[in-house]
Design a protein around this ligand. Structure first.
Ligand code: ADP
Length: 187
């Protein structure tokens, strides 16, 4: 089973993805974590990605598409995975759809975490103080929210046509949100 967690930055995809991956015994593929690790270890990918990430812009598809291909080809993702942070553009969605399609698979569920913008800003600003992420600055947060609306939110309509989008309110207790996700995907 392939599940995509979709939602604005700060909507809780990482937290809920971890719970879901553990419960279903599936690997979680998180492009943001992969990119941050690359930045930290100073690889060519990391050096390129950092230029975009710090400002809250998307890393270009020319870079991300090959990363996604590599991740999907890993044996642990052969039977299913939780996708956190991708696909995030139409081109990424097309690649995911095509790659899974060639394998006779498809995205089974899209969980859309719905959180009001004031709350997203509050969470990211709070996280900046705790985790020191270089893109949790006020300007980068603003850009990330705009980029989400412009490039990623349209994917909801793309997947909604297939009837696989479940909109889940992302405010309240972490456990309650996890229970609601379990209910909507039926396992
Ligand atoms: P958030 O969604 O909270 O902003 P992520 O960890 O998902 O956090 O992403 C952080 C940054 O990493 C993004 O702003 C972007 O620069 C980069 N990034 C992560 N995933 C992708 C992706 N699929 N395509 C392009 N850029 C990405």
């Amino acid at each position: 089973m392939f599940i995509l967690l979709l939602g604005a930055p700060g909507s809780g995809k990482g937290t809920q993805g971890k719970i879901l991956a553990e419960r279903l015994g599936l690997p979680k593929i998180t492009t943001g974590d992969i990119l941050r690790a690359a930045v930290k270890s100073g690889t060519a990918l990391g050096l390129e990605a950092k230029k975009f990430m710090d400002g809250g812009k998307l890393v270009p598809d020319t870079v991300i598409l090959s990363l996604i291909k590599e991740e999907l080809a890993k044996p642990e993702a052969a039977q299913g995975a939780i996708f956190d942070g991708f696909p995030r553009t139409a081109a990424q969605a097309a690649l995911v759809d095509a790659t899974l399609g060639e394998r006779g698979q498809r995205l089974n569920h899209i969980v859309l975490l719905d959180v009001p913008e004031e709350e997203l800003i509050r969470r990211m600003t709070g996280r900046a103080a705790q985790e020191g992420r270089s893109d949790d600055t006020p300007d980068a947060i603003k850009t990330r929210l705009q980029v989400y609306q412009r490039d990623t939110a349209p994917l909801v309509a793309h997947y909604a046509e297939r009837g696989i989008v479940h909109r889940v309110p992302g405010i309240g207790a972490v456990d309650d949100i996890a229970t609601e996700i379990k209910r909507v995907i039926g396992r």
